[in-house]
Ligand binder design. Structure first.
Ligand SMILES: NC(=O)c1ccc[n+]([C@@H]2O[C@H](COP(=O)([O-])OP(=O)(O)OC[C@H]3O[C@@H](n4cnc5c(N)ncnc54)[C@H](OP(=O)(O)O)[C@@H]3O)[C@@H](O)[C@H]2O)c1
Ligand SMILES: [Zn+2]
Length: 341
């Protein structure tokens, strides 16, 4: 970063990354300019990198697990936010505040809310611009590189669990132990549930126990639905794997009126037996990350409960490598870009 220019990493939807120099400009009304410190690499970044967005030929900067410092504010932003404050930005890039959903306080479903790193440039850059309504106030104790994944991965599993029917002592399963799942196990444990981790293979059994899981199910060795039933049936399963087929057997692992909360976005469908749904009184529903206000609660909860993202840090210039590492499923468990390097 020199003077008025900054580095940004763009993609156009053909899994090609380009490092470009950009000119800083003044933030628009209601927006701030951030100096980015760190940005996590979320699996949802595939939508930008692989071209699954509206105009995939226009370059966009991916990344929506951003921690940075406000450099400049546009008209109408002060005194709520001031230069020098450290803030976070997640996937939902700030509600409009005037649509019907916003007036009901339902900010997640705002009708005019940009998705960071898809509709607007995100955090694979030294500088980012964001709507002030999308900013998350951060405790000073939260380190940027350590904390960035809480802004999407953490928030998503936190709201999925809190909005579910689980109560302390409930049997709660987290399926898929990647960026979201490894945090999901920790949140579920901190919320007082009996926690079951479900993943492929034996390697993650030890890791799941270290993260706080009471039980581990290897979905390659056994039917995870049957295994959950043997444990008494789950009140809630939070499914984080990017695979619909992998979620289908989980419905049969639910207890009566149990809920499958789908957060993993998959190219293939999830199949559900109608009679399983009817006789079990089961619920299958989706859950979309959360609002900036929920994110402030989420970050405080994570800090208080020592919920920590396990991260592999790479410099911004290696964004392409970071993305491939995330896709490989080998990262333990989140890749985070250091925008200061
Ligand atoms: N709902 C939301 O608001 C929201 C927010 C953020 C992300 N997401 C979505 O959530 C999903 C997970 O994101 P992430 O960042 O956690 O991804 P990630 O770090 O790549 O982790 C995904 C994990 O799912 C597991 N997995 C993949 N296929 C599986 C299968 N067939 N059976 C069992 N496990 C499987 C993989 O573990 P193993 O290979 O070791 O089994 C992998 O570790 C993505 O689809 C992402 O787009 C949704
Ligand atoms: Zn995300």
């Amino acid at each position: 970063m020199s003077g008025s220019t900054y580095r940004a990493v763009t993609v156009t939807g053909r899994r090609q990354f380009a490092v470009v120099e950009r000119e800083r400009h003044e933030p628009a009304p209601g927006q701030v300019r951030l100096r980015v410190d760190a940005c996590g690499v979320c699996h949802t970044d595939v939508l930008a990198v692989e071209g699954l967005r509206q105009d995939a030929s226009t370059p966009v900067v991916p990344g929506h697990e951003i921690i940075g410092v406000i450099e400049a504010v546009g008209p109408g932003v002060e005194p709520v936010w001031r230069p020098g404050e450290r803030v976070g930005v997640g996937f939902l890039g700030g509600q409009c505040t005037v649509c019907d959903s916003c007036r009901r306080g339902d900010f997640v479903n705002c009708e005019d809310q940009p998705q960071t790193g898809l509709d607007t440039d995100g955090g694979y850059a030294e500088v980012a611009y964001a709507r002030a309504t999308g900013l998350v106030r951060l405790p000073a104790a939260l380190d940027a590189l350590a904390g960035a994944p809480l802004l999407c991965a953490g928030l998503t599993v936190y709201t999925a669990l809190l909005s579910s029917a689980a109560r302390p002592g409930s049997l709660v399963a987290v399926q898929g132990i990647g960026g979201l799942g490894h945090l999901g196990i920790q949140y579920a444990r901190a919320l007082g549930y009996r926690v079951v981790a479900i993943a492929r293979g034996t390697e993650k059994s030890r890791l799941a126990a270290e993260l706080g899981a009471h039980e581990y199910i290897d979905s390659t060795a056994t039917d995870p639905g049957a295994a959950l039933r043997q444990l008494g049936g789950a009140a809630v399963v939070v499914a984080t794997a990017a695979s619909g087929a992998s979620m289908s057997p989980l419905v049969r692992g639910l207890g009566r009126r149990g809920q499958l909360v789908v957060v993993g976005a998959a190219p293939d469908p999830l199949e559900v037996s109608t009679t399983d749904l009817i006789f079990g009184g089961h619920v299958v529903r989706g859950s979309l990350t959360g609002s900036s206000v929920e994110n402030e609660d989420n970050v405080r909860f994570a800090l208080d409960q020592s919920v920590r993202s396990s991260n592999e840090v790479l410099p911004l210039s290696e964004a392409s490598k970071a993305y491939e590492r995330m896709l490989s499923g080998q990262a333990r468990f989140r890749v985070v870009l250091d925008a200061r390097k």
